[in-house]
Design a protein around this ligand. Sequence first.
Ligand code: ZN
Length: 452
Amino acid sequence: MVTMNARREVVVGGAVAIAGERILALGSAGAMRRRFPGTPELDARGCVITPGMINAHQHCTGDPLARSCIPDDLRPGASIFDWAVPLHGAHSGDDDEISAVLTATESLRNGVTTLIEAGTVAHPVRAAAGLARAGVRASIGTWGWDIDDGPFAAPADVVLERQVEVLDRFPSGGNITGWVTLVGHNLASDELMQGAADLARRRSVGMTMHISPTRSDPEAYRTRTGRDPLVHLEHLGVLGPHLLLAHAVWLTDREIEIILGTRTAVAYCPWAYLRLGQGVSGRGRHAEMFGRGGRIALGCDAANAGDQLDILRSAALAAGLAKDTREDPTWFGAHEAFEMATIRGAAAVGMADRIGSIEPGKLADLVVHDATAPAWVPRGDPALQLVWSADGRTVRDVLVGGRMVVSNGRCLTVDTEEVRHEAAAAAAALLARAGITVPHRWPHVDADELDR
Ligand SMILES: [Zn+2]
């Protein structure tokens, strides 16, 4: 049992007792049986148990039904205007729900038990229903922006009113919690930024938005405000422990100090920056911020920006990038990356009092890794093996709040066959409504033609 408690203890031959949604006690299997006789057991002998992992930035709508459709050789902006805008514009409520089901079930099967939803344009209540159906713990938010004449733009007070509706509908305490969720970038007026931060503080909920995955946000802020983005946001009083920024790749030295000084959190999605060619290997300083005590979590971003929903693969990449970009193998490795995926990620999303480690009193979000799988044979150091050797494919069982949601690699909460057919039909209809034809660089040849 890799507890991720304050001493980072790995309990060999241990057992965990669960009552309701919480962890009751840890100890030897014998002692647990004597204390709680007759309790049903999940046999995890030969396995490795970890806390459920945290994905701090995940798009659950927009991309899932167009997965691996957006080409990986587009110019910046083309994926937004040629793909994201028409896709979101054509999304029905049913599309948002099935997209969220797909996202949540795949995440759970990879051992991710908590998702911070990155923002849904049209139907946040339906997206929340999909997340709840799968049984994942998640935030939910509705996107808005109030500058430029772009699609879906609305005045700041209208955007804020929509945020309030989501917070009212999904109060703190449940598995699905409303967060203040802006698009960010340079798509919000100062008034909207300040209103959103005030709302998050007043309601004691998290707030999340994008900033500076590329050089374009710094350039836009400098043109509009004369300041770098985080300097400007600090000036507005928007930063603080309530705020989780997605990306923060292109930062100046001063912006790094501002993030650390204000205790603002960051969701680091390394696969996305590589997939989109955004410069993380030259610019990213997430490991440095983490090493200085910064609140940094991992994310998987979107089904066309990093594509896979496996936080262990993000962890491996975070560790590899940290070592390679400094040409220094002596720092930030598997242990730090797995902290980012669990207890330090939980702290970054403001939930370390409830999740992120296996300790009595915490929610029973647990992952059983099948350590009989080839990636685990023979057994070595658990952190090295989790991050460098294994990935989500060796996850066997998953519990969220004591409820078994994955067993033997199969999701118990939804009929995955049915969802697969439903998603294929919804994807084809969505692309047609959005007027998008998926380009194939390699010609697709009908097999019948080969027979002629
Ligand atoms: Zn995003």
